[in-house]
Design a protein around this ligand. Structure first.
Ligand SMILES: NC(=O)c1ccc[n+]([C@@H]2O[C@H](COP(=O)([O-])OP(=O)(O)OC[C@H]3O[C@@H](n4cnc5c(N)ncnc54)[C@H](O)[C@@H]3O)[C@@H](O)[C@H]2O)c1
Length: 270
């Protein structure tokens, strides 16, 4: 059975776990061969092996730190060597270090900008380097609703994501004459992702300990408070975001560039 992206070649950063892993699996199910890049080498190998076995596509892991230009250059060179081209590049790798502004550690603040914004710049730069001569390609940035609305005690993350939309629009304008589209997806809260559920460092325990949700006595209370913020009354699921990735990567989005699409169940209207 052929998928919507049959025999396309893709690169995904931050693919070893969470949303990035789900995007890799969905792209492979839609017919893509891909390189799954992540700073966590063993986890990337494991995810790539699992997805290749499940889909029958060529899925290769590569150890890449998106803040290192030599790594990112090598990632796109390897994709071209392996597949002959890159049709789809997904900039998904990001980190979140939430600290109140008056106590924020400057090194940690800069590290968030480095991975989320500078890392996206390097990914976009090398995606454009290989896509521009072919006059074709789709670049997709995984942004956040925090890219459009400030986030208390989370200034580095929100600043990096707001900056990301400026980067997307600028690259979209520059690359439009060369047939390369560049768009962002702004998901709501992926409440079942490790970012939220990790028992030690996840946002549920962090927010519970920090008293961020008034009256919350348990993780379930914190979760319920976040679900209540969503008009559609559920957290964002990986599949919600993957559907938008496939659309933006496909010819169905051929007249769309420079957009930042909300996938939030309506939450950003609140
Ligand atoms: N989880 C959410 O609720 C949520 C909501 C909105 C947007 N997002 C966005 O979705 C994307 C994925 O988030 P997630 O929740 O799956 O996060 P996650 O922390 O589970 O996964 C991020 C991945 O990026 C990798 N990574 C981190 N730094 C890297 C680096 N320097 N180089 C290469 N890889 C690196 C990590 O190893 C990890 O595999 C991010 O862009 C995030 O901002 C997440």
């Amino acid at each position: 059975m052929s998928g919507l992206l049959q025999d396309r070649a893709a690169v995904v950063t931050g693919g070893a776990q969470g949303l990035g892993e789900a995007i890799c699996e969905r792209l492979a199910r839609e017919g893509c061969d891909l390189i799954l890049a992540d700073i966590q080498a063993p986890a990337a190998e494991a995810a790539a092996g699992r997805i290749a076995a499940a889909t029958g596509r060529r899925v290769t892991a590569m150890a890449v730190d998106v803040t290192n230009e030599d790594h990112v250059r090598a990632l796109f060179d390897r994709a071209v060597e392996s597949f002959g081209r890159v049709d789809v590049a997904v900039a998904n790798a990001a980190i979140l270090i939430a600290e109140p502004i008056a106590e924020a550690d400057a090194k940690k603040w800069r590290a968030v900008m480095d991975v989320n914004l500078f890392g996206n710049f390097l990914t976009f730069k090398h995606a454009c380097r290989v896509m521009k001569p072919r006059k074709s390609g789709a670049i997709i940035q995984i942004n956040s609703k925090s890219g459009k609305k400030g986030s208390a005690a989370n200034s580095a993350y929100a600043a990096s994501k707001f900056g990301g939309i400026g980067l997307v629009q600028s690259v979209a304008l520059e690359m439009a004459p060369f047939g390369v589209r560049c768009n962002a997806i702004c998901p709501g809260n992926l409440l079942d992702s490790p970012l939220w559920t990790d028992p030690d460092r996840g946002l549920f325990v962090q927010y519970l300990r920090a008293g961020k949700v008034p009256g919350a006595a348990s993780i379930d209370d914190v979760r319920a408070a976040y679900v209540a913020q969503v008009p559609m009354r559920r957290g964002c699921a990986y599949e919600d975001v993957c559907n938008a990735v496939v659309f933006l990567a496909s010819p169905q989005a051929s007249y769309m560039t420079g957009q930042a699409i909300n996938v939030t169940g309506g939450q950003e209207m609140r």
